[in-house]
Design a protein around this ligand. Structure first.
Ligand code: ZN
Length: 75
């Protein structure tokens, strides 16, 4: 059984780098995984603490690949 928890809107989190979805937190017993809600194969953090920092790091758009277009919606 798994349990998905939404991440509070005030917490900054990068969208999934593969599909752009806002991540959710999956709770398994007393452990947390930050993951893509749409696809199990997309990046997820290791089970343990609520590690949004790791998610953000891994899903940050890499600018070193020469992609000049980074659109950030001001909200
Ligand atoms: Zn995804």
């Amino acid at each position: 059984m798994s349990n998905y928890l939404p991440i509070q809107p005030l917490i900054h989190c990068e969208p999934c780098k593969d599909c752009g979805a806002r991540p959710v937190v999956e709770q398994i017993k007393d452990q947390f995984i930050v993951r893509c809600p749409d696809n199990k194969k997309h990046y997820k953090t290791k089970a343990g603490l609520f590690d949004i920092a790791d998610w953000n790091l891994k899903n940050k758009v890499q600018t070193s690949l020469g992609s000049p277009v980074v659109t950030q919606k001001a909200s």
